[in-house]
Write a protein that binds this ligand. Structure first.
Ligand SMILES: Cc1ncc(COP(=O)(O)O)c(C=O)c1O
Length: 404
């Protein structure tokens, strides 16, 4: 049997994540300094607390949590999440999922028919773009400035697509410490986008893994919260929150909040795809929240990461040519560099690997045919201070040589 001949049409053309391939291509380079991955630092995982909770939960609640659980998620976790969110939320407006990845898949599965248009940011998170692509959506990207998607560009895109009789299904956004762009939406832009989407009947999918990783400045309300407070009653926003960058991606716990009828259908997909998230992990996260451990833990993570962000910003300032620009985020795990137009970061990636430093070329974060080649993403949470110093210097030397 030669299985590839039997693959469904969509499986035959389905793309894998180019980022994984890029990261794998540099895996065997000795002493490589990698700013490429999107990994949180293992030093931020609350190992001891989780070890104790796993032990306690299995010992004391094993007969419950080792059984098949509810497809909509553990009610005890939902109760804790409702308290944590600090606004009125009903259990049926929420589904707990196996990471944000599954929540995004279920949302997209509920809404996308082949050929539907999904509006996304330029750049956007590749992991999600490939999911939309696998569902045969037509991803159309909209440029951003440092406050988020540009309103005129959004307006023009929607008008043009509607003139072409395209079916726009939803807008996909990452509100804070954007992956990969490093920006956060201003409050004003959040409001403008919600107003626009309500007026144009375009649902918003808010993918929010990073907003609690804020090292400086004041937190901003999420799109979900702004919609509920300033635009009530509206069900236009569905927000997905992941614990991957807070407690550890291996736990695979996230949740989606949104319209009751939509959540019900997402649960129905979860029933078919995974039955239930990991019940032990769900209960452990519930107990972690119940014991009030989250606030102190988040404070620790932010204190841990802050100097790494600062180090990378300082080194960029010290060494980069003046024609290179970068975002200055107040949190998250990424920075985004914009190089002069004629520098191609795909080519720079190969040269940089030879100089033992790695990043992700920006072109990988756009839908096919809509790429920009003079940008790149740097992660600052997985390297040591020395590596940041050395890696940024090497990168700057390469760019300085090119720009002479
Ligand atoms: C914007 C964004 N969405 C979703 C994910 C995936 O999150 P999860 O581990 O919860 O599936 C990531 C992970 O890096 C991300 O950056």
């Amino acid at each position: 049997m030669h299985y590839p001949d039997s693959f469904s049409q969509i499986t035959q053309v389905m793309k894998s994540s180019l980022i994984r391939e890029l990261v794998a291509s540099t895996k065997n380079i000795p002493d490589l300094i990698s700013f490429a991955g999107g990994f949180p630092s293992p030093a931020t995982f609350p190992v001891q607390q989780l070890a104790e909770l796993f032990n306690e939960v299995v010992k004391n609640e094993g007969s419950d949590v080792l059984q098949y659980g509810a497809s909509e998620g553990d009610i005890l976790l939902k109760e804790q999440l409702m308290k944590w969110e600090a606004y009125e939320l009903k259990p049926e407006e929420m589904v707990i999922t196996v990471g944000a990845t599954n929540a995004i898949y279920y949302y997209a599965r509920c809404l996308i028919n082949p050929g539907d248009v999904i509006l996304c940011e330029a750049p956007s998170f590749l992991g999600t773009l490939v999911t939309f692509d696998a569902l045969e959506a037509d991803c159309q990207s909209i440029p951003m400035d440092d406050e988020g998607i540009i309103m005129d560009a959004l307006d023009l895109k929607v008008k043009t697509l509607r003139q072409q009789k395209k079916n726009i299904k939803f807008l996909y956004i990452i509100p804070d410490f954007h992956n990969p762009a490093g920006i956060s939406y201003s409050l004003n832009r959040r409001k403008e986008i919600i107003r626009f989407c309500i007026d144009n009947s375009i649902p918003i999918l808010e993918d929010n893994p990073y907003s609690r990783l804020r090292f400086y400045g004041e937190p901003l309300p999420t799109f979900y919260r702004v919609a509920r407070t300033d635009f009530a009653p509206t069900n236009i926003v569905t927000e997905i929150v992941s614990f991957s960058k807070i407690l550890g991606p291996g736990l695979r716990i996230a949740y989606a909040k949104g319209d009751k009828e939509l959540i019900e259908k997402m649960v129905s997909w979860q029933q078919k795809v995974t039955i239930t998230p990991d019940c032990v992990a769900e209960r452990v996260v519930a107990r972690f929240l119940e014991k009030g451990l989250m606030d102190a833990h988040l404070k620790n993570i932010c204190e841990y990461y802050r100097p790494y962000l600062q180090k990378m910003l300082d080194e960029l300032e010290k060494h980069m040519p003046s024609s290179v620009h970068w975002t200055k985020p107040e949190g998250g795990i990424f920075l985004w560099l914009t190089l002069p137009e004629h520098i191609n970061a795909d080519e720079l990636f190969i040269e940089a690997s030879q100089h033992k430093v790695s990043f992700i070329p920006g072109s990988k974060f756009y839908p096919e045919g809509q790429e920009k080649f003079n940008t790149l993403r740097l992660n600052f949470t997985y390297s040591t201070f020395e590596q940041i110093e050395k890696g940024v210097r090497s990168l700057a030397e390469l760019l300085n040589a090119k720009l002479k």
